[in-house]
Design a protein around this ligand. Structure first.
Ligand code: PHE
Length: 342
């Protein structure tokens, strides 16, 4: 393992010396450090090591990463200097522009990374990716979803009502996009809608005013509960591996009938019970169910001809589980000390 990492570092240094074009440098860097790059492939094998070895190898890997980044930075600096020199001969240059290659580059937020992974999975299954407004009408957020005014179900979603704009709320879930999707695209429909949601709750390690969900809807002739289970199983397998099982238990949501609360076997203990799953062996990650006939009607779909299922994943929760983040408030904090770890 050690040798392999050293070799990786040496390979990069050898190769980087031969490349002078910036695009090629970028490609070379992602070949080594990218999410599916050589370093991450090597790191995957680390899982099999014992704790003490893992620590040593982990440190070495960080070291290799740093060296590669430095070598890359230097090469980019050189490449842009060379190209500036040749440009200076032929064209005008803006001398006030910050030096290329000297600007530190950031990366995508962990929520965005996981969202993109799931978007890739769903588009591969033929789902369209839709967007909906965060400032939503009371009608789309509640009424159209079979939650009439004065219905107590409104109380369980602590809602931000917007002062001076009656009938307007910060959406409490991504479910309003179910209606918007059906109305805009009709049936058959296969869509997901990732996005931010807002709830007026006291914040603590598990509650935040802003969080992310991914909604999904499939409507067609003859869509059954079995289709729903198949899709959710595919998602669970993609997230946590082929041996992951899902468990659906009845839960009331006004916009589905029947409705379920969805759990997957804990990926850390594979269902035996540990601190991550609070000894239960299961992780609750989504709500789902067969779209209620009233909701289909609101979407302009005839419930006598069509049926469908819907689900809502807690995207923020998936991210927290994936990276072992113990306080949800980090995610919206914008704190670089936190964000740089991903
Ligand atoms: N909208 C629900 C929530 O926020 C989740 C859900 C979506 C449940 C779709 C069923 C179907 O809790």
């Amino acid at each position: 393992m050690k040798k392999r990492l050293e070799q990786l570092k040496q390979d990069f240094i050898d190769l980087v010396g031969k490349v002078t074009d910036r695009d090629a440098l970028e490609a070379l860097k992602s070949e080594f450090l990218g999410r599916h790059g050589k370093l991450s492939a090597a790191m995957k094998e680390m899982a099999g090591l014992v704790e003490s070895e893992r620590k040593v190898i982990g440190e070495l890997a960080n070291d290799v990463k740093k060296t590669i980044e430095e070598a890359y930075g230097e090469a980019v600096g050189k490449a842009s200097k060379a190209s500036r020199a040749s440009m200076a001969q032929s064209e005008w240059i803006d001398v006030t522009q910050p030096a290329l290659g000297s600007m530190p580059r950031g990366h995508l937020h962990p929520v965005t990374q996981v969202r993109e992974d799931l978007e890739n999975l769903f588009t591969s299954m033929g789902f369209a990716v839709l967007d909906g407004p965060e400032l939503e009408s009371d009608y789309y957020n509640f009424t159209a979803l079979n939650i009439p005014p004065t219905h107590p179900a409104r109380d369980i979603q602590d809602t931000f009502y917007v002062a001076g704009h009656p009938g307007t709320v910060m959406r409490t879930h991504t479910s309003p996009v179910q209606i918007r999707g059906m109305r805009e695209f009709g049936v058959p429909l296969r869509m997901i809608a990732p996005g931010r949601c807002f709830r007026n709750e006291a914040t603590d390690v598990r509650h935040e005013h802003t969080f992310h969900q991914i909604e999904g809807v499939v409507v067609d002739r003859g869509i059954s509960f079995a289709h729903m289970k198949g899709v959710l199983e595919a998602v669970a397998h993609s997230l946590y591996g082929k041996d992951t099982k899902i468990r659906l238990r009845p839960k009331f949501y006004p916009f589905v009938e029947p409705g379920v609360n969805g759990e997957v076997t804990c990926y850390l203990c594979t269902g035996k019970g540990c601190r991550l799953c609070k000894k239960s062996g299961w992780l609750e990650i989504f709500g789902a169910g067969m779209v209620h006939p009233n909701v289909l009607k609101e979407g302009g779909v005839d419930p006598d001809v069509y049926s469908g299922f819907a689900f809502g994943f807690g995207l923020t929760r998936l991210v927290m589980l994936k990276y072992g983040i113990d306080d949800i408030r980090h995610l919206e904090s914008g704190d670089l000390r936190f964000l740089k770890q991903f």
